[in-house]
Design a protein around this ligand. Structure first.
Ligand code: ZN
Length: 107
């Protein structure tokens, strides 16, 4: 009887932990995918497509993207002009805040 009560209690606390876990995951998900890309520190990289040699800007959030965890400094992106996926080094092509500001002022 005592054991079944304990098992029942363990079952309930498992549900609680799972619920907390789901809520935390949802909160992290919202922050990482919705708040940071919108309000977080943006980094803009000026990329040049290796195929068509056209330049385009790529906005990204340093550290927030899960992709950066396993890709490091490279991102596989589709060129907006020729629509061919290439690997770009987004770290070395990063614009300084001053360059980004000038770019925004021009646009
Ligand atoms: Zn291209």
């Amino acid at each position: 009887m005592l054991i079944s009560k304990l098992v029942l209690k363990a079952k309930y606390s498992m549900v609680d932990i799972l619920l907390v876990y789901v809520v935390i995951t949802a909160a992290v998900f919202v922050v990482v995918f919705m708040l940071l890309p919108r309000y977080g520190p943006h980094t803009i990289s000026r990329l040049t497509c290796p195929r068509c040699k056209k330049k385009f800007n790529y906005h990204w959030v340093p550290g927030a993207s899960f992709i950066s965890l396993y890709r490091g400094r490279n991102r596989r992106l589709k060129c907006p002009y020729c629509h061919i996926v290439s690997t770009f080094d987004v770290v070395s092509t990063k614009l300084t805040t001053e360059q980004a500001r000038l770019l925004k002022a021009k646009a």
